[in-house]
Design a protein around this ligand. Structure first.
Ligand code: NAG
Ligand code: NAG
Length: 478
């Protein structure tokens, strides 16, 4: 009995001693941190933090509410929260965009939630370490420049023509979003991989659908969950892509394929990366390319259906171009340059309905912003949408006004549908080309009206009308 008492006492003393040492070290350590306070905000419930609130505002179709409510509550353009089991600083406003975009790689660097990393990166490129993070950054190519795209305008035109012929012509009603997705995906398959056969494209498309659905599922990886299915789909796609890339490399070596044939050939002949890295990049481009572009095109249809004057302006511009061409002649780079009004309209659509509502970063060092400390390792979410509807930068923000983009356009860092700084979306020029070619065929062929007047908008994982935007078509009589 006595022995038991002494042992308990010893254990208690030991625990006390350890606590004192721990507190001493901890206090010393934390005193080295800058004195500035953390940003205001609540970290919500333990572990889940405010993730549920964040997701639910997204599901309800108002992801910007999560941001705007808190900006009002804390009257701050930066606040802290806890999302995806991580401490987060949310940045809001053009100054925050500018600060983050121009301090890329100095203070912050791109970051992906672990569920996305699991879905998109093969295990050897996953960002589990510093080295991994560098590889993930390298996955984003920077080469899809206008020069590299010019020769593909004709192909894009041909793809759009075929897609409108198959999906739109001789139909009274269509559902826009799925059709446009198919258009964007087939175009990407052709331009990146030279896959033309529609059956092949359809077969390839199936795992992509599963993958995209998995992006917004709860990331629990056990057999049967949507997330698990998405990981499997991702592995299937990657395997196929690696196979295609390896085969192409052989064909290029033997002169059976041309270095200018498509973007994959271009990558293989201009970069020193291995097949695996190139396959990963193409994977990213296929997903990013078809989902964001189809979101943009769908909202263009939506706004044009509601705004007859804007439609008329686009129609006039596109018909001038169409009438200047010989029958059957494909669009050229010069024609695209003439689509100025159409592009302003597309930009205004992207302002009001940016496909991606925000972007993630990670603090790579402690830094100060607006008098608050953002500690190293914190994740950062910068809101794109909330800047776009700030009346300080866009007077009468709800008004659809393409003239905002005339001349020098909006002030820097206020309009960021493609991100900004060195991490600007690598596919911006590609997207611009594809969107304009789409608009050309859209207005040349049809007038249209919405079947559901006030269709709800969801984030899925990109912005989209809840029912896919069903419309009634009225082909032009000619
Ligand atoms: C980048 O970060 C530095 C250091 O915190 C800051 O002084 C600077 O203003 C930032 N750049 C911009 C353009 O905001
Ligand atoms: C993703 C997102 O937040 N979209 C919103 C952007 O702002 C417009 C205008 O307020 C809303 O209609 C969108 O839902």
């Amino acid at each position: 009995m006595e022995l038991f008492f002494y042992i308990s006492l010893l254990i208690t003393l030991f625990i006390l001693l350890v606590s004192v040492i721990y507190l001493f070290i901890y206090k010393n350590k934390s005193s080295k941190y800058p004195k500035a306070p953390l940003p205001p905000g609540s970290t919500g419930w333990p572990v889940v933090g405010e993730s549920l609130e964040f997701l639910s505002t997204g599901w309800k179709g108002h992801p910007e509410r999560f941001i705007l409510d808190r900006v009002a509550k804390y009257s701050s353009s930066v606040f802290k929260t806890h999302l995806l089991a991580q401490p987060f600083a949310i940045f809001y406003g053009a100054k925050g965009n500018k600060f983050l975009f121009s301090n890329e790689s100095k203070l912050v660097e791109i970051w992906w939630p672990s569920s996305i990393v699991k879905l998109f990166f093969s295990s050897n490129t996953q960002a589990s370490s510093k080295e991994g993070a560098i590889k993930v950054r390298k996955l984003l190519p920077d080469f899809i420049k206008p020069e590299a795209l010019q020769r593909y305008v004709g192909i894009m035109d041909d793809m759009a023509r075929r897609n409108f012929a198959d999906g739109w012509e001789n139909k009274e009603e269509i559902v826009t979003h799925p059709l446009v997705k198919k258009y964007a995906f087939s175009t990407a398959c052709r331009l990146f991989l030279s896959i033309e056969d529609q059956q092949h494209v359809d077969k390839f498309y199936k795992p992509f659908e599963v993958l995209i659905a998995g992006m917004i599922s709860i990331p629990i990886d056990v057999p049967g969950t949507q997330f698990n299915k998405a990981i499997k789909a991702s592995n299937i796609i990657r395997k196929q892509l690696i196979f295609i890339v390896k085969q192409r490399k052989i064909d290029l070596g033997e002169g059976k394929a041309s270095p200018n044939q498509d973007i994959m050939s271009h990558m293989l002949s201009t970069s020193d990366e291995n097949e695996l890295q190139i396959a990963d990049k193409i994977f990213g481009l296929l997903v990013g390319g078809h989902d964001s572009i189809s979101s943009a095109c769908t909202f263009i249809v939506s706004y044009l259906a509601e705004l007859p004057e804007i439609y008329q302006g686009v129609y006039k511009e596109q018909m001038e171009i169409a009438n200047s061409k010989a029958p059957g002649e494909l669009l050229k780079w010069d024609d695209i340059q003439k689509m100025k009004y159409s592009w302003n309209v597309a930009c205004e659509v992207l302002r009001l309905a940016p496909p991606i509502p925000g972007a993630f970063r990670e603090a790579i060092t402690d830094f100060m912003y607006k008098g608050f400390t953002i500690p190293k390792g914190w994740k950062i979410y910068l809101s794109i949408n909330s800047t776009h509807i700030n009346p300080e930068y866009f007077p009468e923000p709800k008004k659809f006004d393409p003239s905002r983009f005339e001349g020098s356009g909006p002030a820097p860092y206020t309009y960021v549908p493609f991100g900004g700084g060195p991490r600007m979306c690598p596919g911006k020029e590609y997207a611009k080309l594809e969107i304009l070619v789409f608009m050309h065929h859209l207005v040349k062929g049809f007038k249209f009206e919405k079947i559901i007047p006030d269709e709800k908008i969801v984030v899925n994982p990109m912005l989209a009308p809840a029912k896919g935007l069903p419309i009634r078509l009225y082909p032009h009589k000619n």
